[in-house]
Write a protein that binds this ligand. Structure first.
Ligand code: SER
Length: 623
């Protein structure tokens, strides 16, 4: 059964049971968020889980694009990917455990054809510290479900110490069987919903795990051990709690949040033991075999890193909210993914100067029907991949040589790591990975100190590494960056103080600025904004930089962006006239022009919607 069929069957199954099928949300969270990427189907639904009414009703289902930063290092075990599609269904205060567990089992066994004898489940052990009990209700439901298929399922505790003990239903603690966007209860911020969950595992066969030659052979096997025998394929979360100052309280409604990874379901339905050999990855793997001198099974790790990372990067760049490689926030992850993939390409002896596009083309082909944005934005994806590739390929070889010189050290100093980053564009995680491969460590503390020193120096320039959403640090780009500050000031003057920065991307041709505002900007408003910016330019304002504590900066009315996570000391840039009148004041890491004179004529070329409640303006400076 191909992945398209699985997706279709899943959605139809829930549609027949009264669920509205909702579209996948963007990979980039809407507003201020503690996470940089949407990591699950429930993420965009949190307000509704907390009680707000969803316009489509109480039963929802979809297939959601997800990206998990935590899993970057996990890629390489044949089952973890950073980007994946999550098939999800939700009950917002409607049905609960009984319907959910019966339906998901019916779907897996009767619709997707999985053998029930290969299915095992986990349930929540309970935690007295947060006064939440063992989930015996789910255990009773599971017993009944298995019995209908002639399977006597017994429940077993402490499998992590004592092994399977002939059980089919296993209790586990918070780490395995509690779900919230932030993970275990103690990591949850106040106001965050979560709850116990029940996961379904598929048994891939005894010979995969604790066999004779395996390092696992003397350990007890259980469904949550990582030996490779069992794979998790679905998780039903019973979200009925919310964290409060004093502990957990019940939400007004009991919600269900189910998620299952499509790639893993496809792997099982297609009788494979690696998700990379099932249809959502196979064309990429084949292309890699074609351009490298290896077969997948000869170096699964590098194949998986490249295939996963370039797929993820394609989706993040090609998202409705398109993110390009940069030095911070989401853009830094895109950069890390691409650069790590390029380095693993070297390990596979890929000798082409430019090959990322060949992989991205396969990604677009696999997904274009399901996620039209990836085809619509394909040239944007290719351009960004190619330019990142150009920059990094230039420095990679020399950087690797430098790295090689450090082979006799036990610990790579922070200074060296910072040098590799600043001069050759090696993300610190890449240096760490290469060091690990040689049995070396990296002095991260010292690295951080070095980087801070560097940030404090007035000008920052490094190979292919720029800040403030700037594509380069050429003169034109810097002028457009200053223009962006003037634009924000003019927007707030014209449209009101509810306007805040949501995103910015600048290259030498144009600026692109996203900001919070609920409706289309009229032509006359556009004219007004343009002339306000041009007036400021003509006033020959000075751009002044001050360094201060973040707290002080925020108090001083300097504008900040919700999306940024600022360090404790920041720079504040103000545009002031010679009498000291302030026109714009923002927390920003620069760089800017010293004076607005000579910036040129400011012109808005496009005004459009970027996402719900967010507008996007593109503008140029005509010299
Ligand atoms: N939110 C849960 C998970 O990600 C189920 O959808 O596992």
């Amino acid at each position: 059964m191909d992945s398209k069929k699985i997706r279709e069957k899943f959605l139809n199954f829930y549609k027949e049971r009264g669920h509205a099928i909702i579209p996948s949300a963007s990979l980039i969270p809407e507003k201020d968020s503690t996470l940089l990427f949407v990591n699950s189907g429930m993420f965009p639904l949190v307000p509704y889980i907390l009680g707000q009414k969803h316009p489509e009703g109480k039963r929802l289902a979809n297939s959601q694009k997800c990206f998990r930063t935590d899993d970057i290092e996990e890629v390489g075990d044949m089952r973890h990917t950073t980007f994946f599609e999550m098939l999800g269904n939700w009950s917002l205060g409607d049905y609960f455990k009984k319907e959910q567990l019966n339906w998901v089992f019916e779907l897996f066994v009767d619709e997707l054809g999985l053998n029930p004898a290969n299915l095992y489940v986990s349930v929540y052990r309970g935690n007295s510290k947060i006064a939440i009990e063992k989930d015996i209700e789910s255990v009773a439901i599971w017993k009944e479900i298995f019995l209908k298929k002639g399977i006597k399922a017994s429940d077993v505790d402490f499998a992590e110490k004592n092994g399977m003990q002939g059980g089919r239903i296993f209790y586990y603690p918070d780490k395995e069987n509690w779900w919230s966007r932030a993970g275990v209860p103690e990591n949850m911020p106040i106001g965050e919903p979560g709850g116990p969950d029940s996961e379904i595992f598929y048994d891939l066969g005894k010979d995969l795990g604790h066999h004779e030659n395996s390092s696992w052979k003397d350990k007890h096997c259980h469904i949550n051990c990582d030996c490779g025998r069992f794979i998790e394929i679905g998780n039903s979360v019973f979200i009925e709690f919310v964290k409060k100052e004093k502990g957990f309280e019940k939400l007004p409604f009991q919600n269900v949040d189910f998620g299952g990874g499509l790639e893993r379901l496809a792997m099982i339905a297609q009788n494979k033991t690696s998700v990379f050999e099932a249809d959502l990855f196979l064309p990429i793997i084949k292309k890699l075999e074609e351009i490298s001198s290896f077969k997948y099974r000869e170096n699964t790790k590098s194949f998986e890193v490249i295939a996963d990372h370039l797929k993820a990067a394609s989706f993040i760049i090609g998202d409705e909210k398109g993110i390009t490689p940069s030095n911070k926030q989401q853009g830094y992850f895109v950069r890390r993914l691409i650069r790590r993939a390029i380095r693993h390409g070297k390990k596979l002896n890929i000798n082409l100067d430019s090959w990322l596009k060949l992989i991205a083309v396969e990604v677009v082909e696999i997904y274009r029907e399901i996620y039209p944005e990836i085809e619509k934005n394909s040239s944007f994806i290719y351009e960004n991949m190619e330019s990142e590739e150009r920059v990094f390929q230039k420095t990679l070889k020399k950087g690797l040589k430098e790295f090689d010189k450090l082979k006799n050290e036990n610990v790579i100093s922070g200074e060296k790591a910072a040098f590799l980053y600043q001069t050759y564009g090696f993300p610190i995680e890449l240096t760490e990975e290469m060091a690990r491969e040689r049995g070396q460590k990296v002095d991260l503390e010292e690295f951080k100190k070095e980087m801070k020193k560097h940030q404090d120096s007035s000008r920052e320039y490094s190979a292919g590494v720029f800040k403030s959403g700037l594509g380069d640090e050429g003169e034109k780009t810097i002028k457009l960056h200053t223009a962006t500050h003037l634009l924000l000031a003019a927007l707030r003057k014209t449209l009101g103080d509810e306007v805040f920065q949501e995103g910015s991307n600048i290259n030498s041709e144009r600026l692109r600025f996203d900001f919070s505002y609920g409706q289309k900007i009229s032509d006359s408003e556009i004219k007004k904004i343009e002339s306000l910016v041009n007036e400021m330019i003509e006033k020959e304002l000075f751009i002044k930089r001050e360094e201060m504590e973040l707290k002080k900066a925020l108090k001083s009315d300097a504008l900040s962006s919700f999306k940024e996570k600022y360090p404790s000391r920041v720079s504040v840039y103000s545009a002031v006239d010679k009498d000291g009148n302030v026109f714009s004041r923002e927390i920003c890491s620069g760089p800017h022009v010293e004076k607005t004179s000579g910036m040129g004529l400011f012109k808005i070329t496009k005004e459009e919607s970027s996402s719900a409640g967010v507008r996007r303006i593109k503008a140029v400076l005509i010299e």
